[in-house]
Design a binder for this molecule. Structure first.
Ligand code: SF4
Ligand code: SF4
Length: 282
């Protein structure tokens, strides 16, 4: 299979090992619309084959995520067999057995020099308790893993997130907050580059170009998060012999149903604010 070369303009490699999750947060971005995504999962061996084709830069890791990536039955095998030249980040709710990770995965596998932790744990007060989470994080941190907690500033839980941040900081845990994206109480939250993109009120034909490699749980590659979560037609699969990334504008006829992840104004990998994952031409 041909190597998959990540273009210089790319900012993110999102690998959704499993879109299943063991929690069900009311504001989960995977269900921004219907959440009719493909549920089929590649085997560990196929993930390793597909991911090891990727040629990236030191500052651009593969971000294993979901759903909950640890629900993939070969999660540990995948971590341990991704080629050492690829850096790895993990986005997780940490509801798995942390001792197994300590026992089976060397901390250096998920650690790199970057302005933020490589294991990014989400804290969702609605569906989890802080104390057990903190205990797990400290275990991993004390065993050499690069780990931090992120809390979503959802309007209904801001006070709890602020409290959790103070508490975790006092224990030496890196706790950061994330802007809430989506609807709550009839109001849309988030700063979006294109007006009406996430309002779900119309469908408009546009041209769209991404700066992200988005790989679904069966290896399919999508134009954007919205296509992944809504199960729209993929643009390829990481196991296609000839798959390569094409930096080009693609036709889209569902603008107006974009996912906040794709059109929000955010910080890029250099921690510079003002970046948007996709560029849209009308
Ligand atoms: S833990 Fe994350 S993926 Fe799972 S339901 Fe909550 S927000 Fe969604
Ligand atoms: S316009 Fe929106 S839905 Fe269409 S490809 Fe771009 S981000 Fe995805």
């Amino acid at each position: 299979m041909k190597p998959i070369i990540i273009p210089q303009s790319y900012n993110y490699i999102a690998v959704f090992l499993s879109l299943a999750c063991n929690l069900r947060c009311s504001y989960c971005i995977n269900y921004f619309e219907k959440g009719t995504f493909v549920k089929q999962q590649l085997s560990g061996k196929d993930w390793i084959r597909g991911l090891n084709r990727i040629v990236s830069r030191d500052d651009l890791p593969i971000s294993l995520q979901g759903g909950e990536p640890s629900l993939h039955r070969d999660f540990i095998e995948i971590l341990n067999n991704i080629k050492p030249t690829l850096n790895v980040d993990v986005l997780t709710n940490l509801q798995f057995n942390e001792d197994e990770l300590v026992k089976k995965v060397p901390p250096g596998r998920i650690k790199r020099s970057s302005p933020y932790a490589s294991i990014r744990v989400s804290y969702h007060p609605e569906t989890m308790s802080l104390e057990p989470l903190v205990k797990k994080v400290l275990t991993l941190q004390n065993n050499g893993f690069s780990i931090g907690i992120w809390g979503v500033m959802h309007p209904s839980q801001e006070a709890e997130i602020v409290r959790a941040k103070e508490y975790c900081t006092s224990l030496g845990i890196d706790f950061r907050t994330k802007e809430f994206l989506g609807e709550y109480d009839g109001k849309m939250y988030g700063t979006f580059r294109y007006e009406g993109a996430c309002d779900k009120k119309f469908k408009k034909q546009v041209l769209c170009k991404t700066t992200e490699l988005i790989v679904g749980s069966n290896g399919d590659v999508y134009r954007c998060h919205s296509d992944l979560y809504e199960g729209r037609k993929p643009i390829g699969n990481i196991l296609d012999e000839d798959f390569e990334i094409e930096e080009k504008f693609r036709e889209c006829n569902v603008f107006g149903h974009c996912n906040p992840c794709d059109v929000k104004v955010k910080t890029n990998r250099f921690q510079q604010f003002g970046h948007t994952s996709v560029e849209i031409k009308f």
